[in-house]
Ligand binder design. Structure first.
Ligand SMILES: Nc1ncnc2c1ncn2[C@@H]1O[C@H](COP(=O)(O)OP(=O)(O)OP(=O)(O)O)[C@@H](O)[C@H]1O
Length: 254
């Protein structure tokens, strides 16, 4: 039986009179990549913000590996296994590529600073950071300042920093947004590789049809904040609700 890693139950947020996410009940299992789609303003990013804790729910619950984390801080959810990639906002531009990854690992481990452990831990941190950089093929750029990286490499670094957190739940919000046609496949390949970790689950907010086709095992559709469809990609894409919700506008073929 597949293990449920993340569940939202009746998850709701209201902004004034506007219900941006409307009683969304959904479970996400290990070994699955779920694409979250919907027209502009459907509530996809707000749903992500509720799951990761950036905004507080008006009603409903978020459960992470069975534990209610609805009132838990962003940092604590992260420590408990929720990993979200932000569009470059989590990078330190004036530090090197290696230092960025090392900082993430260090913060996650909350390493002590005892005199004797420091040298060892520094070597160990560097080794682990290099292993992650190797995995995303940024090892040769380890000493480069992040501000000097191409946009595509900055996005790769962002994925590296997420991998360094070793989360149970990966969350990507339009991971190839703003990338050139040349740069996007590298990040998509990285996400595809993450699917090999079959004890993890991946959530992906995405507009691009080809990305969804390549990566998704399942699609959920949000419409006016509510869950409008949920199922395997072929069935959901052919459904009336998707055809009507999009009318060929926001889902883009690239
Ligand atoms: N902090 C906020 N205060 C008020 N309204 C908000 C807030 N955040 C989001 N909304 C509203 O909630 C709705 C859902 O927005 P959201 O950004 O989640 O949609 P989305 O599906 O991610 O859209 P897009 O595909 O354009 O990114 C929109 O009507 C938006 O204007």
């Amino acid at each position: 039986m597949t293990r449920t890693l993340l569940e939202t139950d009746g998850l709701t947020v209201r902004f004034g009179g506007h219900v941006a996410v409307d009683a969304v009940t959904c479970a996400f299992s290990a070994g699955q990549l779920t694409a979250i789609v919907g027209p502009n303003g459907a509530g996809k990013t707000t749903y992500f913000n509720l799951i990761s804790g950036q905004i507080a729910a008006t009603a409903g619950t978020v459960r992470l590996m069975g534990e209610d984390v609805t009132r838990t801080s962003v940092a604590e959810r992260c420590r408990k296994g929720l990993g979200r990639a932000f569009q470059l906002t989590s990078l330190f531009p004036d530090l090197s590529v290696l230092e960025n990854v090392r900082l993430v690992i260090q913060a996650h481990q909350r390493k002590g600073f005892g005199l004797f452990s420091m040298a060892d831990s520094h070597v160990e941190l560097t080794t682990r950071a290099m292993a992650v950089l190797d995995r995303v093929r940024l090892d040769t750029l380890k000493d480069q300042n992040v501000s000097e990286l191409s946009h595509g490499n900055q996005r790769k670094l962002e994925v590296a920093m997420l991998i360094a957190l070793d989360p149970m739940v990966y969350m990507f919000d339009e991971p190839t947004a703003g990338m050139s046609v040349d740069e996007a496949p590298v990040v998509l390949d990285l996400i595809a590789e993450l699917k090999h970790d079959t004890d993890r689950t991946i959530l992906l907010v995405e507009h691009k049809m080809d990305v969804i086709r390549t990566l998704a095992d399942r699609i959920i559709v949000l419409h006016n904040g509510a869950l409008a469809a949920d199922g395997d990609p072929a069935t959901v894409m052919a459904s009336d609700v998707v055809q009507e919700a999009y009318m060929g506008r926001e889902l883009t073929d690239v």
